[in-house]
Structures are given as C-alpha cells and as structure tokens.
Design a protein around this ligand. Structure first.
Ligand code: HDD
Length: 686
C-alpha cells in the first residue's frame, strides 16, 4: 500500500488506488459491515405483523445510521467541483532553476489529479454561472505531493487574505434569504466591490468572457502568486505557474450560459466526463514565468501583489510540460469530495514568497480540511495519500488507518535509534529558503500595492471589440440587479477610473451619472495574450447537431458526417423523434437527440439538412434551433430544406453561415473551418 521502493510512474497513483477499490458487488452475497450475511433487507424487525419496530434489528440500525451520516460539510468555497486523473510529462529539465525531482527529467511521468470547480455556488448548483473557476492539481511526485491550487484567472480580488472571509461573505448568497443561488450576490457583492477598490482588476475579469468557460478543457489555469524555484545550489528565482489548454481558451455567451443553467446544470462536468470516456483527453501545457531575484523591483507594480499579473509580453511564459487528464473518477465522493488540496503542499525546490495573500492561504487550507474531513488523518484518505513512503511520529486522531508498529512515537529517541531520522538538504530533505527579512511588526499595506487601476486598464485595452461589449453587458446585467442606487453609482464611478468609455456605457444602461473623463487610467499599453481572440482555434472535439427528418439527402449527409468525424468533430443526430430516420436513398441514421431532449445551447454548431417529409412542427422547431444558434454567434451549415428555412427566417447570411452551393467536400471543409473559428461576433452589429 505504501510504495517503499518502487519508482514512480504515470500509473503509480492508479495502482495505489486499486488497493482501496471495492470488489464489484455483482453476484455477491449481501452482508452487514461486520460481514454477516443477510436474509432480509426490505422489512425491519417488528413485534408482530402490525407491531412496533425492535431496536435489536442490528441491520436496520446499521443501514440507517450509515445513511444518516452520509453527508460531510461542503467546501466553504469551491463546493461544486468535478475531477479527473491524469499524468504530467516534462518537456525540458528545469534543473537550472529548481531541484524538484519531477521537474528534472523529461522521461519521468508524474501521476496527477485535477479538480475543477465553481467558487460561489453550493455543491448542487449549476456549472455555468458567471464565476471564477478553480483548477487545482495534485502532483503525486516521488518526493511527496505538490499541489498547484490554481484558478482560471491570473489574479485575485484582494491583496491580503485577512479580507478573504469578507469577500466570500459578500459574494455568496445573501444570508437573510440565501439568494441568489449559484451566482454572485448583487447588493452585497457590489457594495463590497465599491468599498474595496483593490478588486477592480479581478472584477474586470469576472465581467469578461473568462467567467463563463465553454469547457474545463478550454480554460487557462494560473497559480496566481509568485512562488520560488530553488535549485540544488540554493539559488532562487521567482516563478508564476500557468496552464495553457491545447484546445485554446474559449467561452460561452451569457444568454447561453444562463439557459444551460436550466437545460443542463452539469454542462461542464458532462463535457469533461464524456470527452475522457471518448478518448478526447483534456490537455494543458504547463508554463512558467521566471524572474531573477534581482529583477524584483523592475516593474511598475509589485510582483508580490496578487491583484497583478506579469504581462506575458514582458515576462514570457516558457512551456515546460504537458498534463493529460485521461481517466474519470470511479466514485465522486471518494475522490472529488474527499480530495484535500493545500497551497502549502510543496516539494523541495518549490518555495513560497511573501505575497500576503499566499501567506494567509498557507493557514486556511489545513484548517478547513480538519472540519470538512473530520480530523487530522485526511492525508490517509486514498485520494490524498502520497505515492512515496511517509513516516513520522504523528499518531492517533479520528479515523486513523495506519497501524503504526513499535514502541516509540517521539524524537529524539534512543530506543529506536532516533528513527525516523531527518534527511539533510543534499539528500532531499526540505529546507526552507533562507530569505533575509528585517522589519517592524505592522498592520499596513505596502505603498507598492496602491495602484488598483493600471492593470484593470491594461486588461480593457487588450480586449477585442466583442470582448469589450461583453464586459459592458456583464456589468450592466450584474450591477443592474443591484437594488440600491448609490451602489450602482459608486460602481460606475469606480470603473470610470479604469476607462471612461466603459463607465459611460454602463452608466447609460443603469440610468446613473457618467463620471468625469479625467479620472480614467492613462495606461495605453495592451497585452495581446489576454484576449481570447488570440487563442488557438480548433474544430477538434466540438459538438455539432445534425438536424434531419425523413427523406433527408442521404448521400450528402453521409459525406458531411464522414468529413466532420475525420476532423474529430463530434456529431449528434437530432430529429423530432429518437430512432431510425430514413433518407431519400432509403439509408438510415439513428437520432439520439430530439428537439425535446436537447436545444441548440448544448452544441457548438448546427448543420440543418432537413428532409422532404418535415412537417410544419418540425420546421418550426428546426427554425427555432437555428435562430438560437445564430443569436449565439455559432457556425451554421444549411442545405436542402435547411437552406429554405434559413432564407424564410430572413437571417442575413453573413460570416459563419455555410450554404450548400458546392460539393459536400467543399461544403464540409467550409463548415469545419467555421466550427474552428468558434463564434462570429460580427453578427452582433448586424
Ligand atoms: Fe482558495 C479552496 C484557489 C485564495 C481559502 N481555493 C480553493 C480551491 C481552489 C482555490 C482551486 C478548491 C480546491 C478544491 O478543489 O478542493 N484560492 C484559490 C486561489 C486563490 C485563493 C487561486 C488566490 C490566489 N483561498 C484563497 C484565500 C484563502 C483561501 C486568500 C484564505 C485565506 N480556498 C480556501 C479554503 C478552501 C479553498 C477555505 C475551501 C475548500 C478548501 O480550501 O479545501 O481553504
């Protein structure tokens, strides 16, 4: 169970978990937890047929007691999450910068476990609210667990964790009526924002497309803080960690995200689950931004301030490896719920900085797990166990699993030769980086943390026109729901310090005053890496609905589907009923989706072929489907009846609409290109 001598490989965690997996219950005898075989499981023991239930029914008591205790507290933030297993492969040795063993040798694969989450909603809420997403990864390395507890934004709301309970109280459902569920609160959150201007940059991200990711597979991840790499000579560098999704960073549109909340609250987890099952593994490259210690003060922001990013154009992201998530969990509770991440789980070669947000996080994570997982032994839960040996004198506590042998559980001891013994740094013992610190004990913020608006403006400057419009819409929606007018005005005034045009556009929607232009940030710089327009764009794994009715053009549809599948586009046949749909050439296709079971929001693109036998109701539904996809800027391909309906709808055939005037091969190629382009924002100004 404890891997004392074997080398770690990509499968090491899986092998360890195998030890804990229950045997399949199929064809097995039903027993109590004590192993007693049972003859009855549906009737409790009573005194007589209509008499009272008897306490001596040990099976009833055990079954009910276990059930009564099935729940554990959900996480105070990031309660709703979904996870997968995978492996991390290094591309190039990081030896010059860090002695971390898993970052030395490109041939070594490290097992990983990643949990994605929303932050605000409770465990049973929806996947698609406007929210930050958690992206926490446990690397099971040969030197112990390294947790990269990241988010999909590179920055945070606050600079000092002392304020964490405040921002979380403000954004969670309001305490008097627990509304709104599964999205950020309105009055309390925006009141808090207006009183805490350090949140400006993060709020810009929160109002942007980044807050409604299309898929966990299409999301960046950021370790946020500056950490330290320390090499085997003891030399340190500052480092920031990045995950870059191979499929690029893509988002939903807001109306779609809201509809998905009702139509498929599990949209993001289903996408990950199904993709992994289909072999479309989620892949992310690991990037690092590295700074010399002497570069610490070279920037017009403080590199230890978590409300600031290091622009990628100034500090390039060096891609050093790839994570592939390739195995779904067996049991959501055992793995996704019981996994315990901690930003303080580091290995030799990775160390902390004085970022005040990071420092406070170092306290919070163990503390919260103690409550949630019921005691100090949560490191023994299968998903949390390191795959390397672990020995110390910690003992007992609730739910202890390890049977520690021997008489001695203290150091220093002579009875056991002072075992377990410490290991010096040269032989892999963790030794904290010796940073020289001098100062008074104070409770105040460094002046270098004072500028809250320059990077908010940098973000704004970096957005495309469509992205800017989405930010304006995001503010107008969220702040529009605030009941208290003075808060709306304060927010507009606050974001007037970012950009005048932004503030004026929101003010107009909210019916509040436009702040003066001269308060806006003077920053003119942009960082192209921040715009999703500049992300990789691929058709691979995108989901396309193919709408057919009886009498559809069999030859054409067959060819188009073949081409789509060759380009690794997922194809879903949709009609007005499930089962076989017959083409004009008597070939058949099986519809696995209907207008009733699905809607256009579940797909990235739609191809409408129609069919000669489509009745009025079919036509109406197909047109609705097409209209919604069109309004969500999605690629549309039409042929046969589809083309006729498209024209009747009087939808302008602008970009992203492919009409079958060509051979099926050319038609498919154009459609695949359109799918790769993802969305056609110029429709919004039609
Ligand atoms: Fe945190 C969970 C990420 C600031 C305190 N955090 C949690 C999770 C992620 C993050 C991904 C979910 C882990 C999981 O899936 O189990 N948190 C971040 C990032 C932050 C951040 C990227 C800023 C850079 N967090 C932060 C601060 C504090 C916390 C400042 C407190 C001082 N976070 C927690 C927590 C949670 C948590 C209360 C709740 C559940 C858990 O830890 O295990 O301890």
């Amino acid at each position: 169970m404890i891997n004392e001598d074997k080398k770690i490989n990509a499968n090491s965690k899986n092998e360890q978990l195998e030890y804990f997996r229950s045997a399949d219950s199929e064809d097995k005898e039903l027993t109590t937890n004590q192993g007693v075989k049972l003859s009855e499981d549906e009737e409790s023991l009573t005194a007589g047929e209509r008499g009272p239930t008897l306490m001596e029914d040990f099976h009833f008591r055990e079954k009910m007691t276990h059930f009564d205790h099935e729940r554990i507290p959900e996480r105070v933030v990031h309660a709703r999450g979904f996870s997968a297993h995978g492996e991390f492969e290094l591309y190039e040795s990081m030896k010059p910068y860090t002695k971390a063993k898993f970052l030395q040798n490109p041939n070594v694969k490290t097992p990983v476990f990643t949990r994605f989450s929303t932050v605000v909603g409770s465990r049973g809420s929806k996947d698609t609210p406007r929210d930050v997403r958690g992206f926490a990864t446990k690397f099971y390395t040969e030197e112990g667990n390294f947790d990269l507890v990241a988010n999909n934004f590179p920055i945070f709301f606050i600079q000092d964790g002392m304020k964490f309970p405040d921002v979380v109280h403000a954004i969670k459902p309001e305490p008097h009526n627990e509304m709104p569920q599964a999205s950020g609160a309105h009055d309390t959150f925006w009141d808090w924002v207006s009183q805490n201007q350090e949140s400006a940059h993060m709020v810009m991200w929160l109002m942007s497309d980044r807050a409604i990711p299309r898929s966990f597979r299409m999301m960046e991840g950021f370790g946020v803080h500056a950490f330290r790499f320390v090499n085997d000579e003891g030399k340190a560098h500052f480092v920031k960690f990045h995950w870059k999704p191979v499929l690029g960073t893509h988002s939903l549109v807001w109306d779609e995200a809201e509809k998905l909340g009702g139509k498929d609250p599990d949209f993001n987890r289903r996408d990950l689950w199904e993709s992994i099952n289909m072999g479309n593994y989620a892949e992310y490259e690991l990037g690092v931004q590295i700074l010399e210690e002497k570069e610490e003060f070279n920037f017009d922001f403080d590199i230890l301030d978590s409300t600031k990013l290091w622009p990628e154009e100034d500090v390039p992201v060096r891609i050093i490896g790839k994570m592939t998530l390739n195995r779904n969990v067996d049991n959501v509770f055992a793995e996704n719920e019981q996994v315990a991440f901690h930003v303080g789980n580091v290995v030799p070669g990775i160390d902390f900085t004085n970022d005040p947000l990071l420092q406070t996080r170092l306290f919070s994570y163990t503390d919260t797990q103690l409550l949630r997982l019921g005691g100090p032994n949560f490191h023994e839960i299968p998903i949390n166990r390191p795959v390397c040996p672990f020995h110390n004198n910690q003992r007992d506590g609730f739910h202890r699993q390890t049977i520690n042998k021997g008489q001695v559980s203290y150091r220093n001891n002579a009875l056991a030769g002072n075992s377990p013994h410490t290991v010096d740094e040269k032989n892999g013992g963790f030794a904290h980086y010796q940073e020289k610190i001098e100062g008074r004990k104070i409770q105040s913020r460094s002046k270098s943390f004072e500028d809250h608006f320059s990077q908010a403006k940098l973000f704004w400057n970096s957005m495309s026109n469509a992205e800017k419009q989405h930010i304006i819409d995001g503010f107008s929606f969220e702040v529009g729901k605030v009941q208290y007018k003075p808060v709306q005005q304060k927010i507009v005034d606050m974001f007037g310090k970012v950009d005048h045009g932004l503030a004026a556009a929101i003010a107009q929607k909210l019916d509040v005053s436009v702040p003066p232009a001269n308060i806006q940030s003077k920053v003119t710089k942009a960082s192209p890496a921040l715009s999703q327009e500049n992300t990789p764009k691929l058709a691979e794994t995108r989901k396309t609905a193919v709408i057919i009715s009886d009498g559809f053009n069999g030859a054409e549809v067959k060819k188009v589907i073949e081409n789509l599948q060759a380009a690794k586009v997922q194809v879903a046949i949709l009609s007005d009923r499930l089962g076989s749909i017959t083409a004009d050439d008597n070939s058949t296709l099986k519809a696995k989706h209907t207008f009733l079971t699905d809607s256009s929001v579940a797909f990235d693109a739609v191809y409408i072929a129609g069919g000669m036998k489509a009745d009025k109701m079919f036509e109406k539904k197909a047109k609705m489907f097409m209209q919604e996809a069109f309004d969500h800027f999605k690629p549309i391909a039409v042929s046969n009846e589809g083309e006729q309906w498209f024209k009747e709808k009087q939808l302008p055939s602008k970009t992203g609409v492919v009409i079958n005037k060509q051979q099926p091969d050319d038609f498919s190629k154009q459609f695949i290109d359109a799918i790769a382009a993802h969305r056609f924002w110029d429709r919004s100004i039609l």
